[in-house]
Design a protein. Structure first.
Length: 150
């Protein structure tokens, strides 16, 4: 049996060791995920777009995450990565105080928003710290306004 661990660094080695003692392997591509209740991921395991190597990305480095069908791209200030999880699963893993879903296909880090521009027809256009521009769609308009007390 293989399990993916989605827990804090403090607990990772201890729990991994206990699982190995019981004959359970840990694997970042496993379908079963063990996560801490009421805990949010501090890091995500992703793949580098150029080398396809597995990389650990600190959630504080994430600017935004977007999906194109089944392809999930995690954008940081320095690089872009592929994620294996679906966007809704990533959304569940991320701390809601730091990340916000702004459309069916985009999650942004609140602290990485540089500029908010209202547009016509109940939308916002966001400029992020690495100068990407993403839209808050009408479906997420009111939740966005509430999150930023606009």
């Amino acid at each position: 049996m293989r399990i993916k661990l989605n827990i804090t660094d403090d607990d990772y080695e201890r729990i991994e060791s206990e699982l190995h003692q019981h004959g359970i392997e840990t694997d970042d591509s496993a379908d079963l995920v063990l996560s801490k209740v009421n805990g949010f991921a501090e890091k995500l395991i992703v793949k580098d777009k150029q080398t396809n190597e597995r990389v650990v990305v600190d959630c504080n480095d994430i600017v935004y995450i977007e999906s194109f069908g089944h392809q999930i791209i995690v954008h940081t200030d320095k690089n872009d990565y592929y994620a294996n999880e679906r966007l809704y699963k990533l959304s569940e893993q991320l701390d809601k105080t730091n990340f916000l879903r702004i459309s069916i296909s985009v999650i942004v880090a609140k602290n990485k928003i540089k500029k908010i521009m209202p547009t016509l027809s109940m939308k916002f256009e966001l400029t992020l710290t690495e100068n990407s521009v993403v839209d808050v769609t009408r479906s997420y308009y009111h939740a966005f306004k509430e999150a930023f007390n606009i």
